[in-house]
Design a protein around this ligand. Structure first.
Ligand SMILES: C[C@H](O)[C@H](O)[C@H]1CNC2=NC(N)=NC(=O)C2=N1
Length: 99
């Protein structure tokens, strides 16, 4: 896959507006987005992680995440460019679709 470029300008602004509306927070210092998902129980949380992991492999783009019981904390950023790219948006959209 071609190396993604960092999101800039209007595309970036629109993406951050949509992500914020969907419950993501933006860490400007790191240029990463984070969200905490809370499920009914551990099985639901782990099911979400399993679906997200399959997409992460397909996209060759991987989350930073942790799980405690029914909570999954996710941070997305593209390490290769030290910031947000199209891949982070795609993975965020997929993750939101799995909830
Ligand atoms: C070689 C491989 O394509 C890269 O290391 C990929 C894998 N997954 C990745 N995931 C994330 N979040 N950022 C990356 O820059 C990244 N790079």
């Amino acid at each position: 896959m071609a190396r993604p470029s960092k999101l800039e300008g209007a595309e970036r602004a629109a993406a951050l507006t949509a992500l914020t509306a969907a419950g993501w927070t933006h860490d400007a210092k790191r240029d990463a987005i984070s969200k905490t998902y809370t499920f009914k129980n551990f099985v639901e949380a782990f099911g979400f992680m399993t679906k997200a992991a399959i997409w992460a492999e397909k996209l060759d783009h991987h989350p930073e995440w942790s799980n405690v019981y029914k909570t999954v904390e996710v941070t997305l950023s593209t390490h290769d460019v030290d910031g947000l790219t199209e891949l982070d948006l795609k993975l965020a959209q997929k993750m939101d679709a799995f909830t």
